[in-house]
Design a protein around this ligand. Structure first.
Ligand code: G3P
Length: 218
C-alpha cells in the first residue's frame, strides 16, 4: 500500500519523507489555507516546494467547477512539475475534465467521492486515483471502510486500473483497516502514520534489553 501524507505543512512532509516510507502528498484548498498559503502565485510556488521534498505524486486541486476552467487550471498545474497529479472534484464537469486529462496523459485524482457509483464513474473516465473520504463518512454514522471494500470489489470485477486512495484518514487504525481490505493508497496525517510504530511491549522490551546489557557489562 502506498503512503501519502495529507497536508500542506512542509515540516511534516519533510519528517515523513525522512522516514523513507513516503510515496506522495495530497493537498486541498482547506489544507493550503490552514498553512496560511493564499493567492495563486503562493499556492503554485508551494506545490513546487512540496515536489522538491518528495519523490512521488503530489495532488494539486483545481478551484474551477466548470469544464473549461478545470482544463485551464489543470494544465497549468500539470505544467508546474512532472510529479503533479491534477485533483478534480466528482461532479459532471469534473468527470469530463478527468476524461480530457486521461486522454492527454495527465494524471488525475478524483476527489470528494462518497459512493461506489461515483467511484465507478471515475474509473470509467480513467482517473489515476479515486479518493473516497472515509473519515467524513464515519462522521455521519456511515461505515467509511465499507466503501473502500465495495469499490475494491467493483474495480476487481472489471480490472479497472484506477487506484483506490483512501482519503480523510483520521487515525492509525484507519490505515491498518485500509491495508486489510486492499486499498491501493492511503493518505493521512503524520500523527496517524507515526502511530503505526507504537507498541508498549516494544518500549518495555527495549528497556529490558538495554538494562540487561548494562548488567552484563559492569
Ligand atoms: O484527503 C482528503 C482530506 O483532506 C479530508 O480530510 O479530515 O478534512 O475529512 P478531512
Amino acid at each position: 500500500m502506498k503512503f501519502f501524507i495529507d497536508t500542506a505543512n512542509l515540516e511534516q512532509i519533510k519528517e515523513a519523507q525522512a522516514l523513507g516510507i513516503l510515496d506522495g502528498v495530497t493537498t486541498n484548498p482547506s489544507l493550503m489555507a490552514k498553512e496560511g498559503i493564499t493567492g495563486k502565485e503562493n499556492i503554485l510556488n508551494h506545490y513546487k516546494a512540496i515536489c522538491e521534498i518528495v519523490d512521488g505524486d503530489v495532488s494539486a486541486e483545481v478551484i474551477a467547477t466548470d469544464y473549461e476552467g478545470m482544463i485551464k487550471e489543470g494544465l497549468e498545474l500539470a505544467n508546474l512539475h512532472p510529479q503533479i497529479v491534477v485533483k478534480v472534484p466528482m461532479i459532471k464537469d469534473g468527470l469530463k475534465a478527468i476524461k480530457y486529462f486521461t486522454d492527454n496523459d495527465i494524471k488525475t485524482n478524483c476527489t470528494l467521492v462518497f459512493s461506489v457509483g461515483q467511484a465507478l464513474m471515475a474509473a470509467k473516465a480513467g482517473a489515476t486515483y479515486v479518493s473516497p473520504f472515509i473519515g467524513r463518512l464515519d462522521d455521519v454514522s456511515t461505515d467509511g471502510l465499507n466503501l473502500i471494500e465495495e469499490i475494491r470489489l467493483v474495480y476487481d470485477n472489471y480490472g479497472f486500473q484506477t487506484q483506490i486512495l483512501a482519503a480523510s484518514v483520521r487515525h492509525t487504525m484507519h490505515i491498518v483497516d485500509c491495508a486489510k481490505v486492499g486499498s491501493d493508497v492511503m493518505t493521512g496525517p503524520l500523527s496517524a502514520i507515526l502511530g503505526l510504530l507504537k507498541h508498549p511491549l516494544t518500549d518495555i522490551g527495549l528497556a529490558q534489553f538495554l538494562a540487561d546489557y548494562q548488567k552484563g557489562n559492569k
